[in-house]
Design a binder for this molecule. Structure first.
Ligand SMILES: *[C@@H]1O[C@H](CO)[C@@H](O)[C@H](O)[C@H]1NC(C)=O
Ligand SMILES: *[C@@H]1O[C@H](CO)[C@@H](O)[C@H](O)[C@H]1NC(C)=O
Ligand SMILES: *[C@@H]1O[C@H](CO)[C@@H](O)[C@H](O)[C@H]1NC(C)=O
Length: 362
C-alpha cells in the first residue's frame, strides 16, 4: 500500500517537472523570436488532389518552354501544399551526379586529387593552366570535406530578398549542415539563422570592398569570423586573373592565425557539372554558385532544403522585394540565367527531390 502511494507520489513529481520543462521550452522559444515572427499562418492548405495536379504540371514541363509568370503562381500555390520527399527520385539524381561529377572526390582541389608538378587547367580558359608547385600544394586541404556517408539534413541559404522578414532563422539553424553564399551579412538571425558550415566568396568582394587586401585586413577578417568555423570556398581556378587575389585571402587567414580554411573549387568539377546540366537543357553561360552548391548538396545530403532562392522582384503576395535580403544591388546581366535555374529547383521540389521554401516560415 505504502509502496503504491510512493510510486504515485513519484509520478506526480515527475509529471510536474516534465510539464515545467515543456512550458519553459515553449516560453524560451517564443522569447528568441522577434515580435514580427510571432504570427500564425494565414493561408489555408490546398486539397491534396489540387497539389498533385500542380506538381504533375511542373514535373512534365520543360525548361525551354516554361512561362515564368505561370511558374511563379504554381510555386506560390505549392507553398500551401504538403511537401513529401521521394527517396527513389533523389537516389536517381544522386547517382547521375555521382557519375558525371562525384562531389565527394572532385568538388575541391585537394592534396589527394592533385600532386606537385601537376598542371591545373583553368575552367574558362582551357589553354591556360597553373603548375602546382610545392608552395601551392601546401595551400590545398589534405582531403575532401565530405566522406561517402551522407549528411542527414542540409540547408542551402540563397541571398534573395524573399528572406527578409521570413522568420526562417530558427528553421535554418536546425539543419545539420548550412551552406551560404558570398560572405553575406549575418546580422539577420531571425530571418537567416546563425549557423554556417560552408560559405562561398566571390573574388569581387575582396577586390571591391577590401581593396584586394592591400590595405588594412582586419575588417575582412572580422567579416570572415562571422562564419566561424566554416571554410571559405572560392573558385581559384576558373579565371586566371583572380587566382592571385584568392591566394591572398589564403595568406591573410594564415597570417591572422585563423582556424578557418580557404578551399578551392576544382575546375574540372565545375566543367563537368556545367556539361551535365547542359544535357538537361540549362543553356545559361555559366551556372551560378547557388546552382553548383545545390547540385553538390544533392550528392552528399539525404535531405536538401532551399531558402532565399526566388529570382523575382515581388514576393508571393505581390509586394516589391529587394534583390538581396541585405541590399538591392542588381547582378550584372547575362552572366547566369536565374529563372531557368529556378525552374529546375521548382521541378525538383515537385518531384520530391529537394524542398524549395519561399515565403514566411510559419
Ligand atoms: C530574434 O530577434 C530577437 C530580437 O528581436 C532576438 O532577441 C532573438 O535572439 C532573435 N532570434 C534568433 C533566432 O536569432
Ligand atoms: C518517386 O519517384 C520515382 C522515380 O522518379 C517514381 O517512379 C515514383 O512514382 C515516385 N513516387 C511517388 C510516390 O511519387
Ligand atoms: C605543365 O606545363 C608545363 C608548361 O608550362 C610543362 O612543361 C609540363 O610538362 C607540364 N606538366 C605536366 C605534368 O603536364
Amino acid at each position: 500500500m505504502i509502496c503504491r502511494r510512493r510510486i504515485l507520489k513519484l509520478l506526480y513529481v515527475l509529471f510536474f517537472f516534465v510539464s515545467c520543462a515543456v512550458v519553459y521550452n515553449s516560453y524560451t522559444k517564443k522569447q528568441t523570436q522577434a515580435p514580427y515572427c510571432l504570427g500564425t499562418r494565414k493561408q489555408p492548405w490546398l486539397p491534396p488532389d489540387v497539389c498533385q495536379d500542380i506538381k504533375n504540371t511542373i514535373a512534365i514541363s520543360e525548361v525551354k518552354k516554361f512561362n515564368p509568370d505561370e511558374l511563379i503562381e504554381q510555386v506560390e500555390d505549392l507553398q500551401s501544399c504538403q511537401w513529401t520527399g521521394n527517396a527513389t527520385a533523389l537516389r536517381a539524381v544522386r547517382s547521375e551526379l555521382h557519375k558525371c561529377c562525384d562531389a565527394v572526390r572532385n568538388l575541391l582541389v585537394t592534396q589527394e586529387n592533385t600532386h606537385i608538378g601537376d598542371n591545373i587547367t583553368y575552367e574558362t580558359q582551357k589553354h591556360k593552366h597553373i603548375e602546382v608547385t610545392e608552395e601551392i600544394h601546401k595551400m590545398f586541404p589534405k582531403t575532401s570535406l565530405f566522406s561517402n556517408k551522407p549528411i542527414r539534413s542540409c540547408v542551402v541559404v540563397g541571398n534573395g530578398g524573399i528572406l527578409l522578414n521570413s522568420c526562417c532563422g530558427s528553421e535554418i539553424d536546425q539543419a545539420d549542415y548550412v551552406f551560404r553564399f558570398n560572405l553575406p551579412p549575418m546580422n539577420f538571425a531571425n530571418d537567416t539563422g546563425t549557423k554556417t558550415n560552408l560559405v562561398t566568396a566571390n573574388p569581387s568582394i575582396v577586390t571591391e570592398r577590401y581593396a584586394r587586401l592591400h590595405e588594412r585586413r582586419r575588417p575582412f577578417m572580422d567579416l570572415v569570423k562571422t562564419f566561424e568555423p566554416a571554410p571559405i570556398l572560392m573558385a581559384a581556378f576558373s579565371y586566371p586573373s583572380t587566382t592571385d587575389v584568392i591566394f591572398k585571402v589564403f595568406y591573410t587567414l594564415e597570417e591572422f592565425g585563423s582556424k578557418q580554411a580557404v578551399i578551392y573549387f576544382h575546375p574540372n568539377y565545375l566543367t563537368n557539372l556545367g556539361l551535365y546540366w547542359k544535357t538537361k537543357g540549362l543553356a545559361g553561360q555559366h551556372i551560378s554558385s547557388g546552382f553548383i552548391i545545390v547540385s553538390m548538396a544533392l550528392e552528399i545530403c539525404d535531405k536538401v532544403t532551399l531558402y532565399g532562392f526566388w529570382p523575382f522582384d515581388e514576393d508571393t503576395d505581390g509586394n516589391p522585394i529587394p534583390h538581396h535580403y541585405y541590399d538591392n544591388r542588381l547582378p550584372k546581366l547575362g552572366i547566369h540565367s536565374m529563372p531557368s535555374e529556378f525552374f529546375f529547383y521548382s521541378q525538383m521540389h515537385s518531384k520530391g527531390i529537394l524542398k524549395l521554401k519561399v515565403g514566411r516560415c510559419f
